[in-house]
Design a protein around this ligand. Sequence first.
Ligand code: ADP
Ligand code: MG
Length: 250
Amino acid sequence: MIENGEALLEGRHVTKRFGGLVAVNNIDFVVRQGEMVGLIGPNGSGKTTLFDCLSRVQPIDEGQVLFKGIDITAKKPHQVAHLGMARTFQVIRVYRKLTVLENLLVSRQWRGESLFGQLTRANVDLEDRARELIEFVALSHLVDSPAGTLSGGQRRLLEIGMALMPDPDLLLLDEAASGVNPTLVETIKDRIRVLNQDHGKTFLLVEHDMRFISDLCSRVYVLNYGERLAEGTPAEVMKSEAVIEAYFGA
Ligand code: ADP
Ligand code: MG
């Protein structure tokens, strides 16, 4: 059990290259248990690639990632998920033809079991949990609707619900508010807050909307061209000359 304030996720000199391009360059960072940390930076600065490295979707070229004190640098995505890390994707990944409920039921990682096996498994506990989470993400009225019929914001909420199914300790959300109408942005923010404050979930959030970041996060890392440009409170980094220049040019 990691105590509040102790390192939950730690990156040491994390480097990821695509051919000659260094997408993530020698990044050091720490996310502590109970924190909500922002990861910001201009388009193409390496935020999604860093998430891919952390959730082990991409191999890391150099450096080390520790989760709960365990070196996960060489682990597989499902092993990291099993340890309690969940993520969502910038490009929404839901099964469009499956209903909201079915999407949650298949999002739990069952070792080697087929999709059909998962759907037909008579697991009342699992369905109860799925329905609870659907209520939590404010989608109860759409429980039997195909995910493809949901709005962008509703799909983002569905993805958060799916990420919560295995009861992770850490959630990495990649642009959870992008393409979402302002009302649902508030719902998403509120749900994240409740998860953090009442359920002890730790968050690392990639988001373009600085309001979203400053409303939720106590600390922010800023990336630029794959490098760590700044770290501090949202107010501090927004005042930083280097950050302003990276976003708006000299
Ligand atoms: P961000 O999420 O901050 O917008 P990305 O991590 O998506 O940035 O991209 C960082 C850089 O890496 C960009 O220059 C992008 O073009 C490049 N990149 C990302 N993924 C790949 C890939 N699979 N192959 C080659 N280059 C990639
Ligand atoms: Mg991205």
